[in-house]
Ligand binder design. Structure first.
Ligand code: HEC
Ligand code: HEC
Length: 211
């Protein structure tokens, strides 16, 4: 059975709010230091750093066309997903969290500054968008090797049904429990998965978005 220890630890932080009370207004001020290199919001572009719109639930180093460092790419391939927790750890000490990162920034010292800027970045996504983004990340990571996961792609494994067709046979909401308990398809090529409840909910949210 596949268990996703590293990824689960990361995802657990998704729901957890930062410890300190957050002040979005202060966060906007702190963000001015990030804005030297990062753009955020509608129409944002990659600059010296990648766009930060849609950050939460996204795999590290996954913005198209941004020349990430090999270190951050490797972390993304290894399952690093941006959550309130991982972003906080990263911006506190970028080179400690991810040795070899190309983000030349010494880090934010104050816990309040970190919580505030994370809260500010989060205002660019609704909780539903974060969940959907996480679901997409999980599906790309764990299912895309066999199943078609988009609207018009073909499954890499010919016996694996494209996800957009699942709802023709059943309510995809019924999969949620199976994804936690260990989803078994009866097919020898289909691995058995056991996700955390929030992960399962995110996967189902993504599958629903294909209907
Ligand atoms: C001097 C420019 C610079 C500053 C200032 C800076 N960053 Fe970055 N940031 C980068 C670069 C370059 C990368 C890509 C790093 C890599 O490829 O290793 C990056 C990557 C990131 C990532 C990972 C994004 C992804 O797509 O995986 C996050 C999150 C991030 N920065 C947040 C911040 C925040 C929040 C601040 C302010 C507190 C900040 N950065 C300040 C240049 C900067
Ligand atoms: C190594 C290949 C592989 C991977 C990875 C994989 N699957 Fe499958 N999956 C299959 C195959 C093959 C079938 C067809 C099983 C059958 O026909 O009985 C299947 C069937 C299914 C079914 C049942 C479809 C139906 O109509 O009954 C669901 C649901 C499913 N997979 C979900 C997932 C999810 C969610 C993931 C990722 C978390 C995933 N699979 C990852 C190969 C894979």
């Amino acid at each position: 059975m596949y268990r996703f220890a590293a990824m689960m630890a990361v995802v657990a932080g998704l729901a957890a709010a930062p410890a300190a009370a957050q002040d979005v207004g202060m966060g906007a001020e702190v963000f001015e230091r990030c804005a030297l290199c990062h753009d955020i919001g509608e129409g944002a572009r990659n600059r010296q750093g990648p766009v930060l719109t849609g950050l939460f639930g996204r795999r590290a180093a996954s913005v198209a066309d941004f020349p990430y460092s090999p270190a951050l790419r490797e972390a993304g391939d290894g399952g690093l997903v941006w959550t309130a927790e991982t972003v906080s750890d990263f911006i506190a000490k970028p080179r400690h969290f991810e040795p070899g990162t190309g983000m030349i920034f010494s880090g934010l010292k104050g816990e309040a500054d970190i919580a505030d800027v994370v809260a500010y970045i989060m205002t660019f996504q609704t909780p539903a968008q974060v969940e959907l983004q996480l679901g997409q990340t999980l599906v790309e990571t764990y299912c895309g090797a066999c199943h078609a996961i988009g609207r018009d792609d073909a499954s890499a494994h010919e016996a694996a049904p494209p996800f957009r067709t699942l709802d023709e046979r059943y309510d995809v909401g019924d999969l949620e429990e199976g994804l936690v308990e260990g989803l078994v398809s009866g097919h020898p090529d289909m691995p058995e998965f056991a996700f955390e409840p929030e992960q399962a909910a995110a996967i189902v949210a993504y599958l629903r978005s294909l209907e």
